[in-house]
Write a protein that binds this ligand. Structure first.
Ligand code: TXA
Ligand code: MG
Length: 351
């Protein structure tokens, strides 16, 4: 299949392009589109065959449920039942935006979309292009991140082209993702609201609206969770990992820089391709040939926005060993470290 790539001008979006994307989706086709978190691989969430095509295009196991994307808050009433009052308060505060809510599934949503679950994940993105495409489709759009299963989520159209070209009808290029990490997922289907995936909206943010909110044990994991049945089914799968092994070096900054320099020098001497992943503040202190700065620790979104692109570049540049700093001192630390730990297969070194 030939994949059509179209570039959207964000200041003057071409309505014909948006309409075409909407038509493809309505007819059961697949369109990758930008959102403020990561690029999504969209298909009609109410058509079983479209959902099946999404799983096939990504190479994703079909018990890993999809998120349904909507353009209006009221749409939750079409997709979910027994909606708690809290859902409306959360929507009021965080939608449109990087929050996904888990609610009880309504009958129109096929099990093919929810991975067989009786609950449904719903998000209203803040990206205007995303919402325009959802509206133009006239339906609700199931959209996982637009990467091949196991690879880092795409934060620019080039990443989507790399993974899905030839597998889907259209890719809408809307530039770089603003946040760069997938949405925060909060499960409202149980007694106490539970965060299943940490993201831009933090526990502290949720606590402004919710009295009590807990974390799913998998979110707090610093070790592999093989034996635990994670509440968010996606969490049990291998994620984000580049081919090279990442080791996260944790501790006092001085000690971390020293240790990474030692380890990297040793590997380079042995002819191994080594990369260092760090913050802008310490970048100049590494002697290694390949040093990747994610940005300044003082800029909330720099580290998050650049993480997945860095992970992808390690494969492009055939890095065999990667030493990473820990990015604990930022508002988004929990979300960032959750992804980085998975990418490292939880390999850390304490100094
Ligand atoms: O930011 C995002 O959420 C992006 C953009 C495209 O919107 N989408 C995204 O989708 O990250 P995906 O498929 O990569 O992650 C969806 C995850 C699943 O792996 C699963 O962990 C969780 O959402 N999920 C979906 N439905 C669920 C449900 N009914 N119960 C529990 N977890 C669910
Ligand atoms: Mg994903």
């Amino acid at each position: 299949m030939e994949t059509k790539v179209i570039k959207i001008d964000r200041t003057h979006p071409d309505t014909e392009q948006i309409k075409e994307a909407g038509r493809i989706l309505r007819e059961g086709g697949l369109v990758a589109f930008p959102t403020e978190t990561v690029y999504g691989l969209g298909g009609d969430g109410l058509q079983e065959t479209a959902a099946a095509r999404i799983y096939a295009a990504k190479g994703r196991p079909s018990d890993n449920p999809l998120i349904l994307h909507i353009a209006e808050v009221e749409d939750i009433e079409k997709l979910a039942v027994d909606i708690p009052e809290l859902a409306y308060r959360l929507a009021e505060k965080f939608w449109p935006g990087p929050m996904t809510m888990i609610l009880k599934k309504g009958p129109v949503v096929p099990y093919a979309t929810t991975g067989g679950l009786d609950t449904v994940a719903i998000r209203m993105p803040s990206d205007e292009i995303a919402r325009a495409i959802i509206k133009a489709s006239g339906t609700y759009i199931a959209a996982p991140s637009a990467n091949l299963s196991g690879r880092p989520s795409p934060t620019k159209a080039e990443h989507v082209i790399e993974d899905l070209s030839g597998r889907i009808e259209m890719i809408v290029d809307g530039g770089n993702s603003d946040i760069g990490l997938e949405s925060s997922i909060i499960d409202l289907s149980g007694e106490v609201p539970m965060i299943l995936r940490p993201g831009y909206i933090t526990k502290e943010d949720f606590e402004q609206v919710v009295e009590e909110v807990t974390f799913d044990s998998a979110v707090l994991a610093t070790k592999p969770q093989e034996s635990v049945v994670a509440k968010a089914p996606g969490m049990k799968y291998r994620h984000y990992a580049p081919k090279g092994q990442i080791t996260i070096v944790e501790g006092d900054t001085e000690a971390v820089v020293k240790k990474i320099n030692e380890l990297a020098a040793e590997q380079e001497e042995n002819g191994i391709r080594v990369a260092v992943l760090c913050a802008e503040e310490t970048k100049a202190r590494y002697n290694c040939r390949h040093v990747y700065s994610l940005g300044s620790l003082k800029q909330e979104k720099e580290i998050s926005a650049h993480l997945f692109a860095a992970l992808r570049s390690f494969d492009t540049e055939q890095m065999e060993v990667i030493y990473s700093e820990s990015f604990e001192n930022t508002k988004l630390a929990r979300a960032i470290m959750n992804r980085l730990r998975k990418a490292a297969g939880y390999q850390t070194l304490q100094v």
